[in-house]
Design a protein around this ligand. Structure first.
Ligand SMILES: Nc1ncnc2c1ncn2[C@@H]1O[C@H](COP(=O)(O)OP(=O)(O)OP(=O)(O)O)[C@@H](O)[C@H]1O
Ligand SMILES: [Ca+2]
Ligand SMILES: [Ca+2]
Length: 583
């Protein structure tokens, strides 16, 4: 196995870096522990986390002091403490060209390399504009140096330059990744938790991405410097920033796909410094009704649906769940010695909340983590919802961002039958204070008029306030245009709540049965009516090949021909033929 593919890294100021990459690559100390067990003493802690190759001035300085002042063996963990994460091997194989014949259509590296177009159309004069300084960080694809601008708007300012050697771009995919990284970085702008992009250059050897310099070190270093974990209060402060930038990216139709503590940097060394997301090297645009299928990311942080090759922005929320789990307890929720072992754990294992410190953490904290680490992406919180979760919301003043999920659900609602609409209205009557908080925030963002109504035209206006260039690539604007142009009367809050409630998410709650039962009671009083099997079948989009009389007989009450409880729940989902078992 190997992340370094034997290509010498060009223009590397330090030679010891290679050793660091190897250490990341071959942690010598880990043992396979599928079900979480208390750590055994033979496991040396942190020994494979060798200090980052940064010059002393860029290291998060509190790190060293607190690591040495707290003997690491005192930390009881089910798993070893977090170390820099490796990218998924299949991803690297595709990028580096060593692909198994049936795995991808990208041809092998060397012989096609000749035909690869490594011109990016960037300016060629990097060295006339900047003096390159020392290396401040390194990843698998590039290394980052400080630099000082010699002329132009930034004259005299220190910036960061991510240098990506063209020698490492051995496949069309790896070149496309770099193009996309620059396109995404340059099209997203205007959020304080996003590293600010300045410019991109290239020459024969490298691509240079110029951005603001963050001097506070990686979130991973700060976690380790605190003995591996954060207090709840400190974890919330980090979470607010992560959720805020990720909700912004998702609204723009950008999925990061590599969220991990190494990819968040503090802008300065201050304790309360701003956190910035970096490294859009694996990011992609995703249309609101599209699913991506390439397996991308780092093993510890990868969502189950990514491994199943059908995912969207929810995959980032899973990674955030892994990050917050680590922040709160210092261990990874899904861990094994091998990549396939990690994947097995991600797909099958439930994270442990039994080991210390979990029993002493708040119920809200655990609920928050669980709702992100839900294996069913449809039941997972969105970033905007996570900001509304009581664990976050009750601690600090948070600005709740617009959620594209609201738009998707509204579109489905508007094209539903009146029967399904009244079922959803009944469900919305059972919403709790917390759920209503989120919906009220979303409603407020859609600009209700003085009488408390929103029109679909407002959907577009609300989105335009947040629009960046990225929305053109991700087609979010096109999507919202189609929703905005639907013919529909205005919605008051009650109807909005019915239109924007996610049945799947509610189903994920422990209290789902109660919600569904009381919703059914409301529906009985106001909405339930006799329905023909054929009507119900077309309502649910069942194809004529489905033997509807066999499948649907339990969904209609025999005595009065109205919907049974089961039929009501099915109707709420508006399920499609695919999920109906063939009788
Ligand atoms: N703007 C910045 N300011 C300071 N340091 C930075 C900046 N951008 C990146 N770095 C440092 O350089 C490292 C590598 O950058 P980056 O993560 O973008 O590279 P990569 O090769 O894509 O990494 P990966 O292996 O995770 O894919 C970061 O982990 C960080 O330590
Ligand atoms: Ca990185
Ligand atoms: Ca990267």
């Amino acid at each position: 196995m190997g992340l370094c593919h034997g290509k010498p890294i060009q223009k590397t100021p330090e030679t010891e870096e290679e050793a660091v990459v190897n250490h990341v690559e071959h942690p010598p100390t880990i043992e396979e522990l599928p079900p979480p067990k208390p750590q055994t003493p033979k496991q040396p802690k942190f020994s494979f986390y060798i200090p980052s190759p940064l010059p002393a001035s860029y290291k998060s300085s509190p790190a060293n002091s607190s690591v040495s002042s707290t003997p690491l063996r005192l930390f009881k963990r089910p798993f070893p403490p977090p170390s820099p994460a490796k990218h998924i091997k299949a991803l690297l194989a595709r990028r580096h060209g060593s692909v198994k014949p049936n795995e991808a259509s990208i041809p092998e590296g060397s012989e096609v390399e000749l035909g690869l177009d490594k011109n990016f159309g960037f300016s060629k004069h990097f060295f006339s504009k900047y003096d390159l300084g020392e290396e401040v960080g390194r990843g698998h694809f590039g290394y980052t140096c400080s630099a000082r601008a010699k002329k132009g708007e930034l004259k005299g300012e220190e910036v960061a330059v991510k240098v990506i050697p063209k020698a490492k771009m051995t496949t069309a995919i790896s070149i496309e990744d770099v193009r996309r990284e620059v396109r995404i970085l340059s099209s997203l702008s205007g959020h304080k938790n996003l590293v600010q992009f300045h410019d991109a250059y290239e020459d024969e050897d490298n691509v240079y991405i110029i951005m603001e310099l963050c001097t506070g070190g990686e979130l991973l270093d700060r976690i380790l410097s605190r003995g591996g974990k954060y207090s709840e209060e400190d974890a919330k402060a980090v979470m607010v920033q992560i959720l805020s930038i990720v909700s912004f990216c998702h609204l723009q139709g950008v999925v990061h796909r590599d969220l991990k503590p190494e990819n968040f940097l503090f802008s300065s060394k201050d304790d309360n410094s701003t956190l910035k997301v970096i490294d859009f090297g694996l990011s992609d645009f995703v249309k609101p009704d599209e699913r991506l299928n390439d397996i991308v990311g780092s093993a510890y942080y990868v969502a189950p649906e990514v491994l199943h090759r059908s995912y969207g922005t929810e995959a980032d929320m899973w990674s955030i769940g892994v990050i917050v789990y680590i922040l709160l307890c210092g261990s990874r929720p899904f861990w094994a010695r091998t990549e396939s072992g990690i994947f097995r754990a991600v797909l099958k294992a439930e994270p442990s909340f039994d080991e210390p410190p979990w029993p002493s953490l708040s119920a809200e904290a655990k609920d928050f983590v669980r709702r992100l680490l839900n294996k069913d992406y449809r039941k997972r919180m969105t970033a905007s919802q996570a900001l509304c979760h009581p664990w976050i919301r009750e601690a600090q003043e948070v600005r709740i961002p617009l959620d594209i999920l609201t738009y998707k659900l509204m579109r489905a609602y508007i094209s539903s039958s009146s029967l399904r609409k009244s079922a959803l209205r009944a469900l919305a009557k059972t919403l709790t204070v917390n759920q209503l908080f989120y919906l009220r925030e979303q409603f407020g963002l859609l600009g209700p008029n003085k009488s408390g109504f929103i029109s679909l035209l407002n959907l577009k206006a609300a989105l335009m306030k947040q629009a960046t260039e990225a929305m053109k690539d991700s087609r979010v604007l096109d999507f919202v245009n189609t929703v905005s142009s639907l013919q529909y009367r205005k919605l008051d809050f009650e109807e909005f709540a019915a239109s924007a409630v996610s049945v799947y998410q509610m189903e994920g709650l422990d209290t789902w049965e109660q919600h569904a039962r009381s919703a059914y009671e409301y529906f009985e009083k106001d909405g339930n009516r006799p329905i023909m099997i054929e009507e119900l079948a077309s309502e649910l989009g069942l194809s004529p090949s489905v033997p509807v009389h066999v499948v649907l007989q339990d969904w209609i009450r025999h005595n009065d021909g109205k919907l049974s409880f089961l039929g009501f729940v099915k109707l709420l989902h508006g399920i499609s033929a695919r999920s109906i078992p063939k009788a």
